[in-house]
Design a protein around this ligand. Sequence first.
Ligand code: ATP
Length: 212
Amino acid sequence: MNQTTTTTPLVIGLTGGIGSGKTTVANGFAALGIELVDADQVARELVQPNSPALAHIVAHFGAEVLQADGQLDRAALRSRVFSQPAAKEWLNQLLHPLIRQEMQRQLASARSPYVLFVAPLLLENQLQDRVDRVLVVDIPEPLQLQRTLQRDGGSEQQIAAIMAAQISRTERLAAADDVIDNSAAPEQLSARIAQLHRDYLQLANQRAFKKP
Ligand code: ATP
């Protein structure tokens, strides 16, 4: 009898700095039938009201980290762990294994030939060992600032601070297996996405053949 094995499809890790165009690019792949796993969404879902993780957080930090509607008050939690390394460490030890486990579960259950793992902090959180290839969406920093400002409003300073807390453009590009230059008009993206899609389908096929 044949042994049934659960195999994770080829995983492409999509990353890039704030406002670089990850969501825009991810939507392009989704339109081609590729499933997405969103790291931020996994992290948010884990702390939904009535989740065991949220119960642990409230037991540790008190009900002040909850909003009136029972949702986690992220700003309140952030201010609790800010400048308290031990509290931050506790929180990371609770959440990181749960996040990794849930990501892995979602990646393994994807049904498309390959799966796109959308993770803004893929490199900052050292998740590159979880993916087969790193795909970086790249634009020059001034354009990052401009597009993020246009989308979110806020101050230039706030956005510059977020950019400074992320890995540098040079380091991100050095970790990339593939790069999408998103500095031109969005219409130009589709040809590049289609090209990468073909490459990834080929890689996924090669992998499938190599399996016993
Ligand atoms: P974040 O990390 O902040 O979630 P992101 O990397 O997902 O951002 P998007 O939201 O896809 O980035 O893009 C940022 C903004 O730039 C959006 O308003 C989007 O519509 C716009 N944008 C994306 N690509 C282009 C492009 N090629 N030309 C002009 N605007 C673009």
